[in-house]
Design a protein around this ligand. Structure first.
Ligand SMILES: NC(=O)c1ccc[n+]([C@@H]2O[C@H](COP(=O)([O-])OP(=O)(O)OC[C@H]3O[C@@H](n4cnc5c(N)ncnc54)[C@H](O)[C@@H]3O)[C@@H](O)[C@H]2O)c1
Length: 452
């Protein structure tokens, strides 16, 4: 009997359920019709969330905050166009957000700032008494940051949700439905990653959001203003959550399973330097910059229930976008790169791929069936609707968020752990258990119904 079945079958699991209900350590209470929310950071991604929040009748957007007048102007224009009341605007210095979290009586706050701001802003919001905090992907920089956020959520009995939107991609959710119905058999191996040519995101001309120049840092705009520095100073899987989030849902990470150990390898770094030289010329000052982040980072993770995971971070070379999912079990597999599924005894022909689409249509997840009309116009093919929807609906019900602080920490801690592994000459490093043993008793809760 494997460990998972043992836990499922043991009397202890039944007993523990009453000790640690699925709502976890957090109390449930009132039902709200309308929630008071604020957004900190209304840049490229923040305006996407702003658009989604403005569309909802159950959201009262009472405050926004940013330090950049240009993005605030765009945000204000969007709000005016929506016909909604102009929220209070907090700006002027990098600590204006502290006044926002302390002064507005918020049901929740959505943090959409550079990675290095997430931890202080999440903890600042929790300490100001806000019970629902959503943060864009990447919880913190160091491993200790991840522990600090987990401990702050526990201490304040509050919910922290990382807005990992790929968990809601339509094909990803159809495959989740198939996994839960046992079509792939027992899962054995999973792959995914962030495989997206970011060269035009990491450099621009200081005016455009994407490309038209090779500036980064002070002279650049949007993500090139802050994100590129991470590739100068760090070597690891800098953006693991889009690949690992869906995988974690497939194999019930933090809910009967957990990541146990991790090992990372880095290739050499050429892509970003070559891009600077190609676009900006050999004499551009950034041609002298040494980028520490390898072009392709490959990470293996071992799980408590015996599955292996292969994650790749590949953002600096020419390549079409693909997250490279592979979900493989004892009965067959899905691979998103060639859009194909093979299920032994069920596929049309023995040993031949089926085009995935007919399977994905047949097993369309109930959430997508119910809400696909509302996803029209939402970012990333509609999946962004669900991640905000999940956060808002959880607040209205005073219920746990669809993904919680333990999920956020586990997905995001891959970055500092992979840096550590590479630094130690590709040593395998232990994965911390942010749930402090509760993973054995917690039950799967992500998108079990068509509600949120
Ligand atoms: N889930 C996704 O698909 C997805 C897509 C894009 C970005 N993101 C994430 O969203 C986050 C933001 O990325 P972005 O593309 O919007 O970057 P961005 O640079 O365009 O926006 C960040 C905003 O934060 C503001 N800011 C910085 N420091 C601040 C402070 N102290 N107080 C208030 N505002 C501050 C900046 O002025 C800027 O407007 C990142 O975590 C990124 O990884 C996620």
């Amino acid at each position: 009997m494997n460990r998972k079945n043992f836990i499922k079958n043991s009397a202890m699991a039944g007993m523990s359920f009453s000790l640690f209900p699925s709502s976890g350590i957090f109390a449930q209470g009132k039902n709200l019709q309308k929630v008071r929310l604020a957004i900190i950071g209304v840049g490229a991604r923040g305006t996407g969330h702003l658009d989604l929040l403005l569309r909802r009748d159950d959201v009262d957007l009472v405050a926004i905050c940013d330090v950049d007048d240009r993005v605030l102007k765009t945000a204000k224009e969007m709000i005016t166009k929506s016909g909604k009341k102009m929220p209070q605007v907090y700006t002027g210095d990098i600590n204006a957000w502290q006044k926002l979290v302390q002064q507005e009586k918020l049901d929740g706050v959505v943090i959409v700032t550079p990675w290095e701001w997430h931890k202080p802003m999440i903890i600042g919001a929790l300490e100001a008494g806000i019970k629902y905090v959503a943060s864009e992907v990447i919880l913190g920089i160091t491993l200790q940051d991840h522990w600090d956020v987990v401990k702050a959520a526990e201490k304040n009995k509050a919910h922290v949700m990382m807005l990992e939107n790929v968990c809601y991609r339509r094909d990803v959710m159809a495959v989740l439905n198939m996994v839960r119905q046992g079509l792939f058999g027992e899962l054995i191996h999973l792959q995914g990653g962030y495989q997206h040519d970011l060269r035009e995101v990491l450099f621009n001309d200081g005016t455009s959001t994407y490309g038209h120049g090779v500036e980064f840092g002070e002279k650049a705009f949007s993500e090139a203003h802050w994100r590129t520095e991470h590739s100068v100073h760090r070597n690891g899987d800098l953006y693991p959550t889009h690949g690992v989030g869906p995988i974690a849902q497939y194999i019930d990470i933090n809910r009967g399973n957990r990541f146990v150990s991790l090992c990372s390898f880095s290739s050499k770094a050429r892509g970003l330097h070559n891009h600077v030289v190609k676009v900006g010329g050999n004499d551009h000052p950034n041609a002298k910059v040494k980028f520490k982040a390898g072009d392709v980072i490959t990470t293996s993770i071992n799980c408590a229930n015996g599955e292996t995971i292969l994650l790749q971070h590949d953002t600096n070379l020419p390549r079409p976008y693909s997250l490279g999912f592979r979900v493989q079990g004892t009965e067959g597999l899905w691979m998103d790169v060639n859009n194909s599924i093979y299920l032994e005894g069920k596929s049309a022909e023995n040993d031949k791929w089926d085009a995935a689409q007919s399977w994905l249509d047949k097993y369309d997840h109930p959430l997508w069936k119910r809400w696909s009309k509302e996803t029209k116009g939402a970012g990333h093919g509609g999946m962004d609707f669900f991640v905000i929807h999940g956060f808002v609906e959880a607040i209205k019900r005073s219920a746990p968020t669809p993904m919680d602080v333990y999920d956020a920490a586990a997905y995001s801690a891959i970055t500092p752990l992979s840096e550590q592994s590479i630094d130690l000459g590709n040593q395998t490093v232990e994965f911390p258990d942010f749930t402090s043993g509760q993973w054995m008793y917690r039950k799967p809760s992500f998108s079990l119904t068509d509600e949120y």
